[in-house]
Each structure stands twice: as C-alpha cells, then as structure tokens.
Design a protein. Structure first.
Length: 460
C-alpha cells in the first residue's frame, strides 16, 4: 500500500514537471523591469534587518532588566514575516526572469539566475526544499534548452564561479603591515612591478651601451655612468611603486629608515660605504672605464666596469679582479692613464770597474736614438737620459731614464725587457764588460800559511 502511494506521488510529480515544461513553451512570459524591483526589495530587506537587529538588542536588554518583552517579540515576529514575504517576492521575480531566459534561449542568463535562486533558497529554507528547486530548475533547463546548451551554460557558469572564487581568495589578507592588510594578489602585483622595473632597467643599460658603441660622442666611461645611474634610478622607482601598490604609506618608511640605520651600524656599514664610494667615483671621474690602475704595488690592470658596490679590474693576464669601491677611495691608487698615456721608465744596468763611464753614457744614448722604437717620447722637458746612480760591490751602476707613450706603458715588464735587451746588445757590441758578482778574500799576515796545491789533470 505504501509503495503504491510513493509511486503515485512520483507520477504526479512527473506530470507536474511535464505540464510546467509545456506551459513554459506555450505561454509567453512578459519581460518586466526586474532590476528596479529587485533593487527596491533589497533596500526593504536591508531596512527590515536593521530594525530586527535593533529590536533584538533591546529585547536582550529588557530580559536582563526583567522587564516585559511581549511587545518587542510581536514586532520582531511581524518584521520576520515581512522579511519572508519580501524574499518570496524576490524569488518570484527571479523565477519569472528565469522563465523568460528559457523562452528566449539565453543559456548564460538561465544558469546565472538559477544560481541566484538556489543560493537564496539555501539561505532561508530547508535543504530538502533547496534540492527540490535545484532539480526542478535543472530539469526545465535541460528539457527546453537541450543538453548541449545546458552543458555550455553550466560550464560558463562554473568558470565564472571559479574565477570569482579565485579572485576572492587572492584578495584575502595574508598578513598586515602597520594595520594594512596585504593580500596575495597585492603581493604578486607588487613583485611583478619590481621585476618589471629591473627588466626595464636592464634593457636601458643595454640600449645606452649599444648607442655608445655606435656613437663617437659617447665615451665608454660616460656610457657606463649613464647606464648605471639610470638602472638604479628605475629600480628605485619600481620599488616605491611596488610599496604603493601594497598600500603602504610612504611616510611610514621612517620606521624602516630607523631600522636600516641600526642595521648599517652593525652589519651593513661596509655595503653602504661601498655604495656611497661608487657614487663618488662615478661623479668625481678620477677613475674611469679604460684607465690603467696600480693598487698597493701588487694589482695592475684596466678598469673594465664601475658599479655601485664594486669596480672590476682586468689584469694583463686577463684575470678579472673585483675591488670594493671603498678600497679605491680610502687607499692609495696609482692611475697611470688619468691625464695622458706618457710615463718615464727607469732601466737599471751596471758595467765593470775601470770602464769609461762617459763612453757608457754615450753608447747607451746613441743606441736608444737609433733603436727605431716609435713609442719613445722626447721633448725639451722630457727627454732620454743616462745617469750614474752609484758604485756597487761588483759594478758601476747606471739608469736609463726614457719616456714612453702609448699602449706600451700599460705593459711595464715587456717594455723594460725591450730596453734591457737594447742596452745589453749595445754594451756587448762596444766591448764594454758587464760584470758578475765578485768576492775578494784578504789573508792577514798573522794567520798560518795556507798550502795551495795545483793538480794538473792527466790527458786521458
């Protein structure tokens, strides 16, 4: 008996669905100005809820004071009834819009309205009723629009819902800075802006360097200065834009500056000192790209790059040495090419005692004059000299003072070797003896005699 009743109810429900479907197809639904009506209902609902909230607060207060609450309870019941009526009216308008969308085959609107109806029902009615309405609306959509349109509309609505969910999650605060909520979306956007700043700065550096290679008006030093300054300026601008995107008030950076000052005092002192030294080097121009430096008598090489923190020096052995800018400011640095590429070389040599020193000076000077070396530099103030510097243990010591110009001054060992060979050949050609170390042994008279035995080797 019970099974028959269930089957009968299921059959009646199916008949109602069929009648509803046929009715929707045959009975035209008029398009109404639902937007204004829904807005008015939402406004009424908001006012009703505010009144209910106020009455509930007053009700709790009266309960605590032990006063009569019957009047307030009646008012709350009345407002709740009015709220349900407004919700039912809203559901009716949404359902009417749903039917109109079905008749006009607007699948996107159908599923959007269906979602609104189901969500509203879920909020105020039981789950059984919500499931029944959801099933009914799905059946109507499938029967009238067809399975293909239903699937298309449902997919679009699911994507739309997914995007809204992702957007909502992305805007949820992860943490706060000085009371300002920082969401994952803001963090991603700020990071993207900062990375773009670095990328644009890198492109700018490449652009400036390419111009310097093609233009004669740009020196390599000027191009590097403009490239580095522009790069760091763009990165700093991107950094502040990223902070602004996060919603951080730039005036509150005084706290950060205070923290940085403490950090500088403890661990960042050298980094900041190198950074400031780099700025000084760029503007002072005492050291430029391409200059040949000598540091502490050990390191020699060309300046290949000047950055904010360090300077790269490439030695004659093609070894890149990174020198902190602070060392170039505080220590003694010899810049061989600061103003020009002219340098005096001192070439020491010696001859045997008994040699005519005037002849030595004349021979060496003449050899230098006839050497054919095109890099020798001679002016009235700067000319080649040969001077006697001392009388050593084994030799009479001289120095050739010769001025050299051009690239050869950057290779001191090679240049010194060239002139030493020239001096050696000139002295050898003129029969001037080049001494070797000697030791004289003196025997005092009071010492015992020393027997000297000379042994002649027999011919084999």
């Amino acid at each position: 008996m019970h099974k028959k009743k269930v089957d009968m109810l299921a059959k009646v429900q199916e008949n109602i669905k069929n009648l509803l479907i046929s009715g929707i197809k045959s009975i035209p639904v008029q398009k109404s100005d639902s937007a204004k009506a829904l807005a008015a209902i939402d406004d009424d609902l908001q006012k009703i809820r505010k009144k209910i909230q106020a009455y509930n607060i007053e009700l709790e207060r009266r309960v605590l004071l032990g006063k009569d609450t019957s009047y307030l309870q009646k008012q709350i019941d009345f407002l709740q009834k009015k709220e349900r009526q407004s919700i039912e009216k809203k559901l009716g308008i949404l359902f009417q819009e749903f039917l109109f969308a079905l008749q006009t085959n607007r699948s996107k609107d159908v599923f959007s309205l269906k979602k609104k109806i189901v969500n509203l029902t879920k909020k105020y009615y039981s789950s059984d009723l919500t499931d029944a309405i959801n099933e009914l609306l799905s059946t109507l959509a499938t029967s009238i629009l067809g399975k293909a349109q239903t699937l298309k509309g449902a997919t679009f609505e699911e994507i739309k819902t997914l995007l809204k969910t992702i957007w909502k999650k992305a805007n949820e605060p992860l943490f706060t800075i000085n009371g300002i909520p920082i969401s994952s979306f803001k963090l991603f956007l700020a990071l993207l802006i900062f990375i773009m700043g670095i990328f644009i700065g890198t492109l700018y550096k490449s652009y400036v360097k390419n111009i310097s290679y093609r233009s004669k008006n740009f020196t390599q030093s000027t191009a590097t200065l403009l490239a580095n300054l522009g790069y760091y300026l763009l990165v700093i601008i991107a950094f502040f834009l990223a902070l602004n995107t996060l919603g951080i008030d730039l005036s509150s950076l005084a706290i950060v500056a205070g923290a940085l000052s403490v950090g500088i005092g403890f661990g960042l002192q050298n980094i900041v000192s190198n950074f400031v030294s780099g700025i000084i080097l760029m503007f002072e121009r005492s050291i430029k790209i391409g200059d040949y430096l000598e540091i502490d008598g050990e390191l020699r090489g060309h300046v290949s790059d000047i950055r904010m923190r360090s300077t790269t020096i490439t030695t004659n052995d093609n070894i890149d040495v990174i020198v902190p800018n602070q060392d170039l400011i505080q220590n003694k640095v010899i810049n061989w090419t600061m103003n020009d590429r002219i340098r005096r070389f001192r070439i020491p040599f010696g001859v045997a005692y008994g040699t005519d020193v005037h002849k030595v000076i004349k021979v060496v000077k003449k050899a230098v004059e006839k050497s054919g070396f095109t890099d020798i530099y001679n002016t009235p103030k700067r000319h080649t000299r040969v001077i006697m510097t001392g009388m050593g243990n084994s030799s009479v010591d001289f120095e050739l003072l010769v001025w050299v110009k051009g690239e050869e001054i950057l290779y001191p060992k090679r240049t010194t070797s060239r002139f030493l060979i020239l001096i050696y050949d000139a002295l050898y050609e003129h029969g001037i003896e080049i001494p070797f170390p000697q030791r004289d042994i003196h025997i005092r008279k009071g010492d015992a005699p020393i027997e000297v035995v000379l042994k002649k080797e027999e011919d084999s």
